[in-house]
Design a protein around this ligand. Structure first.
Ligand code: 5AD
Ligand code: SF4
Length: 461
C-alpha cells in the first residue's frame, strides 16, 4: 500500500493483508479512514506505531499464517514498548475473544462488520483502554468505508456484501454475513469520484457478485436501461462503463446461475466491460458438486460457459478448484481434469480442501490423505501450465492492448500491466509510459501465466 501522509508527526499505521480482494479493499478503505482521522500509513513495519493485520479464514492455513504473524508482532512489542498490534477481518469475526487468547499481547481485534469503528478503537487502545474486541454485527457508519487511497490506476469497489449461498465447505457466510447489495447510485457516485482522481479500471466486488440486487432493491423504478437491460448487474455495468474516464470494468466472482443471456449480452456489447470472468467451478464431478451444494452440474457449468463465449468469443475464463473434498475418488478427480480442459481455463487457482468448523462439510470425514491432496493439486497445476502455455503461445507476434499499471516489481526497467483478458504483461516501455496509459505491446515471449513484449508506436493508444 502506498505511503499516505497526514504530517510526519502523525501516528504511523502499517496494514498487512491476507486473503481475497475483498480484504484488500477493506484494508484500503480502513487506510483511507485512518488518514482522515489524522493517522498516516506506512509501508514499513519497522517504523509503525500501530500494526494492523487483516486476516482471512477461508482455509486453516490462512488462519495459521495470520496467527503466526500476530504472535511475531506480539514478541516484537517487547522490543518496542508502545507498539500497538491489532487484528481485523474474517478470522477475528470467527474467533472473537479467541484472538486475544491465542495471541499474547494483542491489543485489539475487530470483526468484518465493525470496521468503521476502528479509528475510535485504536484511539481507545492508545489511551490505555485495551484490549478491545468488537465483533458486533452492525456497521456503525457504512458510508465511512467508501474512501480510497490516492494515486491509483485500478480500484476495487464493493457492490455486494456477504453471501447467501451456503456452499458446504465455505466459511464466508459465517464471517461475512447475509447478502446486502449497495444501492446503484452510491456505487456510481464512488466510481465517479475515483475517475476524477485518475482511476481507469474498476473491479466490482462481491463474493457472489452476480447476485447483485437480488436480496434487496438497488435501482429505483423497474424501467429498462438505455441498452434495454432490466437485470441489476447488467444495468450497473452499463452505468459504470459510461462514467467518463473509466476505461475498463471487471466484476468478480461469478457463479454459473448468474450467467444469464442478459449478462452475456452486456459483456459482449458494452465496450468497457473486460473480456474476462472469474467463474469458480470447484469440481468437475456431479457427485462432488452436489455434496458441495454448488447448485449446478458439470454440464450446466459448461452450458453457462458456452453462453458467455457465444456472446464474447475472446472471453478468458479463470477458475477456482478444490481438490480432496471428502469422498473425492480418482474418478471424481479425473472428471475435474476433463472439465478444466473442456472449459479451457486461462488460469486456475487450486486449493486443497480444508475443513472449516461450523460449515456443513465439517461434519463429513476429511478422508482424502494429505499426500493425495498434494498430488492432485500438482497434477492440476501442471495441466493448467500446459493449457496456459498453449493459450498464450498463439499470442506471440501479436499486438495486445495493455493498461499500464507501473514498473514491474522484479525489474524496475520493465513495466507491468494487464490485457482486457486479465493476462499479466511485462513489457519494455521504450517510449515514456505513465501509469494509466493504454499501450500497444508486441508479444515476443510467453509463460503459462505471463506475456512479455515491448511497446509499439508512441505510447498511449
Ligand atoms: N477448503 C479449501 N478451499 C476452499 N475455498 C473456499 N473454502 C475452502 C475450503 N474450506 C476456496 C474455493 C473458493 C476460494 C476463494 O477458496 O475454491 O472459490
Ligand atoms: Fe476473503 Fe473469504 Fe478469506 Fe474472508 S475468508 S478474506 S471473504 S477469502
Amino acid at each position: 500500500m502506498i505511503d499516505q501522509r497526514a504530517g510526519d508527526s502523525a501516528v504511523a499505521v502499517h496494514i498487512r493483508t491476507y486473503g481475497c480482494q475483498m480484504n484488500v479493499r477493506d484494508s484500503e478503505s480502513i487506510g483511507a479512514l485512518l488518514v482522515r482521522h489524522g493517522y498516516r500509513l506506512t509501508e514499513l513495519e519497522d517504523e509503525a506505531d500501530v500494526i494492523l493485520i487483516n486476516t482471512c479464514s477461508v482455509r486453516g492455513k490462512a488462519e495459521d499464517k495470520a496467527i503466526g504473524k500476530l504472535r511475531l508482532m506480539g514478541v516484537e512489542k517487547r522490543k518496542r514498548p508502545g507498539l500497538i498490534v491489532g487484528a481485523m477481518g474474517c478470522m477475528v469475526q470467527r474467533i472473537g475473544w479467541g484472538a486475544i487468547k491465542r495471541v499474547k499481547g494483542l491489543d485489539f481485534a475487530v470483526g468484518t462488520h465493525r470496521l468503521s469503528a476502528l479509528p475510535a478503537i485504536i484511539d481507545a487502545v492508545r489511551a490505555g483502554r485495551g484490549p478491545i474486541v468488537d465483533v458486533g454485527d452492525e456497521e456503525a457508519e457504512p458510508e465511512a468505508l467508501t474512501g480510497h487511497l490516492d494515486g491509483q490506476v485500478l480500484a476495487f469497489v464493493n457492490i455486494l456484501l456477504g453471501c447467501d449461498r451456503q456452499c458446504a465447505y465455505c466459511i464466508v457466510p459465517t464471517v461475512r454475513g447475509r447478502e446486502w447489495s449497495r444501492p446503484a447510485d452510491s456505487i456510481i457516485k464512488e466510481i465517479r469520484a475515483l475517475a476524477e482522481q485518475g482511476v481507469k479500471e474498476v473491479t466490482l466486488l462481491g463474493q457472489s457478485v452476480m447476485s447483485y440486487g437480488r436480496a434487496n432493491a438497488v435501482w429505483p423504478g423497474a424501467s429498462a436501461s438505455r441498452h434495454g437491460f432490466t437485470e441489476p448487474l447488467p444495468r450497473l455495468l452499463e452505468a459504470v462503463a459510461e462514467i467518463p474516464g473509466i476505461r475498463r470494468v471487471r466484476f468478480t466472482s461469478g457463479h454459473p446461475s448468474g450467467c444469464t443471456d442478459e449478462l452475456a449480452r452486456a459483456m459482449g456489447t458494452l465496450a468497457g466491460v473486460c473480456d474476462h470472468l472469474h467463474l469458480p467451478v470447484q469440481s468437475g464431478s456431479d457427485r462432488i458438486l452436489k455434496a458441495m451444494r454448488r447448485g449446478y452440474t458439470a454440464d450446466t457449468y459448461l452450458a453457462a460457459v458456452a453462453r458467455l463465449r457465444k456472446a464474447v468469443p475472446a472471453l478468458a475464463l479463470t477458475s477456482d478448484v478444490i481438490v480432496g473434498f471428502p469422498g473425492e475418488t480418482e474418478e471424481d478427480f479425473e472428471q475435474t481434469r476433463r472439465l478444466m480442459d473442456r472449459a479451457d481455463f486461462d488460469n486456475a487457482y487450486i486449493f486443497k480442501y480444508s475443513p472449516r468448523e461450523g460449515t456443513p462439510a465439517a461434519a463429513l470425514v476429511d478422508d482424502i490423505s494429505a499426500d493425495d491432496k498434494l498430488r492432485r493439486n500438482h497434477v492440476l497445476l501442471e495441466d493448467q501450465d500446459r493449457r496456459g502455455l498453449a493459450l498464450h503461445g498463439v499470442l506471440v507476434g501479436q499486438v495486445v492492448e495493455v493498461l499500464a499499471e507501473g514498473a514491474s516489481l522484479r525489474n524496475q526497467d520493465r513495466w507491468a500491466g494487464r490485457t482486457t483478458t486479465n493476462r499479466i504483461v511485462i513489457f519494455e516501455p521504450r517510449t515514456a509510459v505513465k501509469a494509466g496509459d493504454t499501450v500497444a505491446v508486441l508479444v515476443d515471449r510467453v509463460g503459462p501465466q505471463t506475456l512479455y513484449g515491448s511497446v509499439v508506436g508512441d505510447g498511449e493508444i
